[in-house]
Design a protein around this ligand. Structure first.
Ligand code: NGQ
Ligand code: ZN
Length: 453
């Protein structure tokens, strides 16, 4: 099978009826046939949209979703959560990581994500030494992506310090420890994995964990056009520490480095002043908003209205994977703003007043840019990453395509994704991942042993 007839499909020019999408054996769209009609026996779908990029993931954290929601002795915060998260991180073996990532990616595919940017920092063995093959953990994550059909941008994470000012890593951060040379070796070791489905970029973890001079060195050493991601300004405490260390706010410090451009994805970017909002927007970088995790960790609100006003680019990520659904990320991105501002229909612009359409289209483009891959639109030369919505669901009964994204994103909690193609290959059919049973069995085995720790 290498074509799909769509009665209604979201093309770059907007919703279009009676289109046949063709793709080649590399998984790229090769022809978009317009004004055509369905043949009786061909593969058909009512509603087709481009698959979404999940631009920020720490796959292993899927295993601890739901396990950190209990109040401790003192005041709980991002930082107390992080201690718990590190405890889990210390136990995960390569085989378990693969089982967790496969479960996660299968779930993400079932909800309409067709690509992920994996911010991967669990590099070393439990005792802090490298595995015999230093890229083993990253290879396991890529294997999970390949097993499930998920497209992936693997981002080996540079993690050298515990805090601003080049503080030595804590003992419980030993699995993350890398310097610039080691990261470049990992990138080199993964080079043979690159293809239409797999890209390799890089991620200095944060301005806490990587120094500005390391970041410069890394960017200079990285092959051209590869994506660069970083956590930035997620917590107020981090902003304060950055000011105490450098006299500048985190985003300000990055902007002043002159390094930022379209290759960058600034994950979270929650705490911004007006100049920083403008600065990110004009750099062409993508803000990686992870609404459900930011809510879970009590980060704060992204300044969406000002950022949209400045034509800033953004995408969505599920980060710690308390959710695996683009609908929930986008819905709560908008709801957070409504609650904060006591208003409605915040994410919209003059040319696009439909909130669901504006959010979905923006996140498609921002996510695609952050992935460093040819994604995010159903056009010749782009990946054949297509999501077919369930036209038999009551929410879509008699609907016109013009109302489809608003309904998908804002009505109810059923999963409306029916079939998912990634690079032209079917990964999800009738709401079920094609390898769902074996993936869940392996995840079950992994979780029974992790829970008993
Ligand atoms: C992470 N998570 O890398 O998983 C971080 C926590 C850190 C978020 N920032 C670790 N949400 O920031 O050092
Ligand atoms: Zn993160």
């Amino acid at each position: 099978m290498s074509s799909l007839f769509a009665h209604h499909v979201l093309l770059p020019q907007g919703w279009t009826s009676n289109v046949r999408l063709h793709w080649n054996t590399s998984g790229e769209l090769s022809q978009i046939e317009l004004n055509t009609s369905a043949q009786i026996h061909e593969n058909q779908a009512q509603f087709v949209v481009p698959g979404m990029t999940n631009l920020h993931s720490h796959a292993f954290q899927r295993a601890m979703a739901g396990m950190t929601e209990m109040a401790g002795e003192g005041k709980d915060s991002f930082w107390t959560w992080r201690d718990l998260m590190y405890r889990y991180a210390l136990h995960i073996t390569p085989k378990q990581l693969q089982a967790i990532a496969a479960q996660l990616y299968a779930e993400c595919l079932r909800h309409g994500y067709t690509a992920v940017c994996e911010f991967h920092y669990l590099h070393r063995d439990q005792d802090g030494s490298f595995y015999a093959r230093p890229a083993e953990m990253a290879e396991c994550v890529i294997a999970a992506a390949e097993q499930t059909g998920m497209g992936i941008s693997m981002l080996p994470v540079l993690y050298s310090y515990a805090d601003f000012g080049e503080h030595a890593l804590r003992h419980d951060q030993r699995r993350f420890s890398t310097n610039v040379a080691e990261i470049m070796q990992l990138i080199e070791a993964l080079d043979g994995k690159r293809n239409g489905q797999v890209e390799v970029g890089v991620a200095p973890h944060s301005l806490r964990a990587a120094s500005m001079s390391q970041i410069r060195e890394l960017v200079a050493a990285l092959p051209a056009a590869r994506p660069i991601h970083i956590h930035i300004a997620e917590q107020q405490k981090e902003v304060d520490a950055c000011i105490a260390y450098s006299g500048k706010r985190p985003v300000e410090l990055l902007l002043d480095s002159g390094l930022l451009n379209e290759r960058w994805c600034l994950v979270h970017a929650t705490h911004l002043n007006k100049a920083e909002v403008q600065g990110i927007a004009s750099s062409g970088a993508v803000a990686g908003i992870c609404t459900t995790t930011e809510g879970n960790l009590g980060d704060g609100f992204f300044d969406l209205p000002d950022y949209i006003e400045a034509s800033g680019r953004f995408g969505i990520g599920s980060d710690s994977h308390v959710s695996q659904s683009p609908v929930e990320e986008l819905r709560w991105l908008e709801y957070g703003q409504r609650l904060r501002l006591q208003g409605r229909n915040i994410a919209s612009v003059t040319g696009q007043r439909k909130v669901g359409d504006f959010l979905y289209q923006s996140a498609l483009q921002g996510g695609a840019q952050a992935s460093g891959r040819k994604l995010g639109q159903l056009a010749t030369g782009y990946r054949a990453d297509m999501v077919v919505l369930d036209d038999a669901h009551p929410n879509l009964a008699g609907i016109s395509s013009a109302d489809l994204l608003n309904t998908w994103i804002f009505a109810g909690n059923d999963n409306l994704v029916r079939d998912v193609y990634v690079g032209g290959k079917l990964a999800v059919q009738n709401g079920k991942h094609l390898q769902q049973d074996e993936i869940q069995a392996a995840y079950g085995t992994c979780m029974r042993s992790l829970r008993s720790l």
